[in-house]
Design a protein around this ligand. Structure first.
Ligand code: SAM
Length: 188
């Protein structure tokens, strides 16, 4: 999949309450086209290890990082440096935003993008820093669903669904059951 880097920034992570849904968020990001997963709030090296473990079997390792000061990180990303010395594009997924299918055609694709998703409470500054506040329907639901639908619409026909060259386990689509190639066994 070609294109500029896509990061996912998850705000307000709480150890104890959020690991499962946040792991799912990272896995959806990995599977549907994001390149990097950034976690703000509590640190959780164990969750990053679990994500690495999935990537070691199914390929497609995603860079994972903890962000200590997310509002400063976001301000810098949109105003100064998205990683290459120039500003990037920040998209905030929120039920209060504008419809995603209407907004996507207006978002520039020639700069790195960060997709920001919230936790229990989203700081007001996020609405100010992000150039786009985007809703996947104006009802409260889940950051996982919002990210999946956004990435699918973002990549559209060019395909949000990724395959990974470094996979050791490859799932072969089947209408009848589980078909998985294990490259380690094939090479023995
Ligand atoms: N009060 C929060 C808000 O501002 O949307 C709801 C918290 S919700 C449990 C966690 C996150 O899921 C939100 O911060 C947002 O990123 C995402 N989310 C929930 N519903 C959404 C929707 N309809 N459209 C886009 N994102 C949504």
């Amino acid at each position: 999949m070609a294109g500029e880097r896509v990061d996912v920034l998850r705000l307000g992570y709480r150890l104890g309450r959020d690991p499962r849904i946040t792991t799912h968020l990272a896995l959806v990001g990995r599977a549907l086209g994001a390149n990097r997963f950034l976690l703000a709030g509590d640190e959780d090296p164990k969750m990053f290890e679990n994500l690495d473990s999935v990537a070691s079997r199914f390929g497609g390792g995603m860079e994972c990082e903890h962000v200590n000061a997310p509002m400063g990180w976001l301000r810098r990303f949109v105003e100064e440096d998205a990683g290459d010395g120039s500003p990037g594009v920040a998209v905030h997924l929120t039920m209060y935003g504008e419809p995603f299918r209407e907004a996507i055609p207006r978002i520039r694709r020639d700069r790195p993008m960060v997709i920001v998703v919230g936790g229990a409470k989203v700081p007001g500054d996020v609405f100010k820093y992000c150039q786009y506040n985007i809703a996947v329907g104006n009802q409260p639901h889940s950051e996982v669903a919002a990210l999946a639908l956004f990435l699918d619409a973002w990549y559209g026909d060019s395909g949000s669904v990724r395959t990974f060259d470094d996979a050791r386990l490859i799932i072969e689509p089947s209408a009848n059951g589980k078909r998985v190639r294990d490259l380690d066994q094939e090479e023995e």
